[in-house]
Design a protein around this ligand. Structure first.
Ligand code: E4P
Length: 218
């Protein structure tokens, strides 16, 4: 299972990368705005800064919602760095754009997936990744994990190459459930990734070992 971090914060990206378990990064326009990155030139520079930290796929989202605009922006993004993955929304124009990029060997991440039908269309268009937003489904009393499980079954039936990138992960149990049902990738905040390491018995056990070692070495 691959671990991506879902942020545009360079410190968090560096910290996750330094842990040695980070495989890639996802961003979106809201995450860029949260870091105060505005204006197309600054946004493009920021993607390059992220690519310079992480050796792995970095999803960069198009803003256009028409086919020509998505192609123009996507080609500009893809030219920035070999690891850029063009993130495209799940709308009919987006499906056409994914098909276009798949024919050019440009990697894509189809975002804002909330149903199995959307996931099926994106895979047929040749998306490299699809991003089902499991946390946002949970927010509206719908089981996000069940959707990912359903998509896993459909993709396995037909051996689609498209990778399931479980997005909108909020906490460590989301990550564990995604691993249990075979999501290819998960993307979440640094807090959820670091929370996987935590256990009170680990802390208590370590304290005890250090205290006993100190006693024996007095
Ligand atoms: C996906 O790639 C999105 O960037 C992201 O996971 C959305 O998460 P949120 O629902 O926590 O905003």
């Amino acid at each position: 299972m691959k671990f991506f971090i879902d942020t545009a914060n360079l410190n968090d990206i560096k910290e996750a990368y330094d842990l040695g378990i980070l495989d890639g990064v996802t961003t979106n326009p809201s995450l860029m705005a949260k870091e105060g990155i505005t204006g197309s030139q600054n946004i493009l520079k920021h993607y390059v800064a992220i690519c310079n930290i992480v050796e792995g796929p970095v999803s960069a989202e198009v803003i256009a919602t028409d086919f020509e605009g998505m192609i123009r922006e996507g080609e500009q993004l893809a030219a920035l760095h070999k690891n850029i993955v063009v993130k495209i929304p799940m709308i009919p124009e987006g499906i056409k754009a994914i098909k276009y990029f798949s024919g050019k060997n440009i990697k894509t991440n189809c975002t804002l997936i909330f149903s199995a039908g959307q996931a099926l269309l994106a895979a047929k268009a040749g998306a490299t990744y699809i991003s089902p937003f499991l946390g946002r489904l949970d927010d509206v009393s719908t089981d996000g994990i069940s959707l990912i499980e359903q998509i896993r079954g459909i993709y396995d039936n037909y051996a689609f190459d498209t990778e399931i990138l479980a997005a909108s992960v909020r906490h460590p149990m989301h990550i564990i459930h995604c691993a249990e049902i075979g999501a290819d990738v998960m993307t979440g905040p640094l807090s959820a990734i670091k929370a996987l390491a935590k256990h009170p018995l680990t802390d208590i056990g370590l304290q005890q070992f250090l205290a006993d070692h100190a006693k024996g070495n007095k």
